[in-house]
Design a binder for this molecule. Sequence first.
Ligand SMILES: Cc1cc2nc3c(=O)[nH]c(=O)nc-3n(C[C@H](O)[C@H](O)[C@H](O)COP(=O)(O)O)c2cc1C
Length: 171
Amino acid sequence: MEFYETVRKRRSIRAYLKKPIPDDIFRRIMDAARLAPSAKNLQPWKFIVIRDNSRKREIARICKERTWIADASVIIAGVATNPDYRMGSGQPSSQIDLAIALTHITLAAASESLGTCWIGSFDLPAAKKYLAIPDEYILVGFMTLGYPAESPPQKDRKSLEEIIVSEQWHE
Ligand SMILES: Cc1cc2nc3c(=O)[nH]c(=O)nc-3n(C[C@H](O)[C@H](O)[C@H](O)COP(=O)(O)O)c2cc1C
């Protein structure tokens, strides 16, 4: 799929078919995450891939009982492994790096006609414990991945005029 078409067609998908993802397609999608840019090329990420049905149900429970999450073929947990690193600006980068890599996953998936949904609503301590993530690392978010069982309409977005300002900040 052409890039801008992929960007336009991507949606957050919250209903999935019970159809497995071929391994070559899954690897292509994860390779898009692997190739994402990161501050200082530290690649401060690890992606926990959850396929087991009972584990997916438990993740859905931890994600505030959103049962549809367990219907996705795969749930990916994005973990930032270098939370202390700060860019030259002084701002921490690892959660930004994870967001970029997860965004690559959303777009690669869309170009393969697969759906994703970023999940930022979950019980953080319970999720880290269940997935055995070391205390010092950050569980940035979950992402569902699977064949869509819905085609939601495009949601509203602000116009370019509302989000671009010239030369210096103004409202
Ligand atoms: C950081 C982040 C966190 C999100 N958390 C959730 C979530 O917990 N549950 C959910 O159903 N969707 C979640 N979403 C999906 C957004 O609701 C969705 O991207 C937004 O409404 C725009 O819709 P679209 O992705 O279909 O264009 C999240 C998206 C982002 C980027």
